[in-house]
Design a protein around this ligand. Structure first.
Ligand code: UD1
Ligand code: CA
Length: 459
């Protein structure tokens, strides 16, 4: 039976990244580069996927999970050596094998499919995916003879001056006849500038034994970009971001300035939502229809239902129901649930709290470990005092309560529905239904005292 296999090369350290993090785990728009590659491979018709791991093997396996098989390349002796590690799993299979690097995050499944088709049409033993690079420096070059037939791939460091002029590059993606691949790999040597076993040498070996080697040139160089350093990482991120943003705009989302809007791969946004410049949408954030996300807001794993307005605010792992709004300059910390039509104004911090329908928290307020009922009015500068230095305590406030400005609600505390807390109170005891609680010193006025004070407005 003819099978289709994929080998993903992900064992390298990525020295040029100058990083503690292994290269293929660097993220592009919220997803590790190697995960981007695997995601596209998964969209391609495939029988089995094997990932070659080495540096950071555990971390790579943790990132990709059981979506792929793994083989370990103990020593990083080159891309040819890396592919050879998969021999025990693949050598007996009849069929074709796609080889792709974990550091080329922009490839799309359709391109892999086109490559397979071309390979089959040419009845080739190997087909190289190539592209024309505006600056080919660093890539392997495709050397063709006078009539345009591929002869070999030469690496940058092994290339003659003339070969360095070639702008057709090896994208690092190939399709091979599976068994021919492993046979040829045994004939490679490390007699080259980098002392490595190059996968690219397989091309010349196959040519010399009379096999058909084809090259399929894709039009879009950007898609084939390899990421070896942080400059390429930023370029790849730009390309991916443009793709993501254009997909959202095609789905009916307005991005005022897409060049300055940063949306991770997995984010969902409903139609007619408007997103202003400088916004970051991260993780598993989901945004409904007709929302407004104002300039410089940042949302991590937030869920917004329809008609929600976020003005220059920071939201983490929280949910906002239909018609609610927040900001400017407010902060939703993890595990907060904001009900329908709730208004959270400026400089409001909410942590691990639920706030029910129609409640208003307008200004300069901290709500922590609390449950607020419906239609409550929380005045300006209220503090839910939830921490005694050792433990966090809960506060509940019932429906239709009124919390006057500059009050402290010292937890654990329960404030009943339809109760009223006078401004400036520090509340430590339970407040019952229909109570008005007032907890502050009485005012005394000393007549004429102004004149005895050293204060003199004339001076
Ligand atoms: C490679 C190609 C080059 C091509 C370029 C495209 C070779 C010899 N060169 O160069 O022709 O233009 O990709 O992006 O293949 N890896 C291992 N084990 C190793 C060495 C590398 O698993 O021993 C993995 C790396 O993690 C990486 C991939 O193979 O994901 C490519 O290795 P890298 O060192 O980045 O090769 P390039 O120099 O970019
Ligand atoms: Ca590379």
């Amino acid at each position: 039976m003819s099978t289709r296999n994929t080998i993903i090369l992900a064992a390298g350290k990525g020295t040029r990244m100058k990083s503690k993090l292994y290269k293929v785990l660097h993220q592009v728009c919220g997803r590790a580069m190697v995960d981007h590659v695997l995601t596209q491979v998964e969209k391609t018709d495939m029988d089995q996927v094997v990932t070659v791991v080495g540096y950071g093997a555990e971390k790579v396996e943790e990132t990709l999970g059981d979506r792929t098989k793994y083989v370990l390349q103990k020593e990083q002796l080159g891309t040819g050596h890396a592919v050879l590690q998969t021999e025990p799993l693949l050598k007996d299979q009849e069929g074709t094998t796609l080889v792709v690097s974990g550091d080329t995050p922009l490839f799309q499944a359709e391109t892999f499919e086109k490559l397979f088709k071309y390979h089959e049409a040419k009845k080739a033993v190997a087909t190289i995916l190539t592209s024309k690079a505006p600056d080919p420096t660093g890539y392997g070059r495709i050397v063709r003879n006078d009539i345009g037939i591929v002869e070999k791939i030469v690496e940058q460091k092994d290339a003659t001056k003339e070969e360095q002029e070639i702008d057709e590059i090896n994208t690092g993606v190939y399709v091979f006849d599976n068994q021919a691949l492993f046979k040829a790999l045994h004939q490679t040597s490390n007699n080259n500038a980098q002392g490595e076993y190059y996968l690219t040498d397989v091309i010349q070996i196959l040519k010399e034994q009379g096999d058909i080697v084809a090259a399929y040139r894709m039009n879009d160089f950007e898609e084939s970009m390899g990421v070896n350093d942080r400059i390429a990482l930023s370029k790849a991120t730009k390309v991916m971001q443009r793709r993501i943003n254009e997909a959202h705009m095609r789905n009916g989302v307005t991005l005022i300035n897409p060049e300055d809007t940063y949306i991770d791969v997995d984010i969902k946004i409903g139609a007619d939502t408007i997103i202003e410049p400088g916004v970051l949408l991260k993780g598993k954030t989901v945004i409904g229809e007709d929302c407004f996300i104002g300039a410089h807001s940042e949302l991590h794993d937030a869920i917004l239902h329809d008609h929600v307005t976020v003005t220059s605010s920071y939201l983490e792992d929280s949910e906002m129901d239909t018609g609610s709004n927040i900001g400017p300059m407010s902060h939703l910390r993890p595990d907060s649930h904001i009900g329908k039509n709730v208004h959270l104004g400026n400089f409001v911090e909410v942590k691990k709290s639920t706030i029910d329908e129609g409640t208003k928290v307008g200004h300069l307020t901290y709500v922590g470990n609390a449950h607020l009922g419906k239609r409550i009015n929380v005045g300006c500068g209220v503090v839910f005092v939830n921490y005694d230095g050792a433990h966090k305590h809960d506060t509940t406030v019932g429906d239709d309560a009124f919390i006057g400005s500059n009050s402290n609600l010292v937890a654990p505390l329960s404030v009943a529905d339809h109760s009223f807390i006078a401004a400036g109170s520090t509340i430590t005891d339970e407040v019952n239904q229909y109570d008005m609680a007032i907890a502050r010193a009485r005012q005394t006025n000393k007549a004429g005292y102004f004149k005895k004070l050293p204060y003199d407005p004339e001076k």
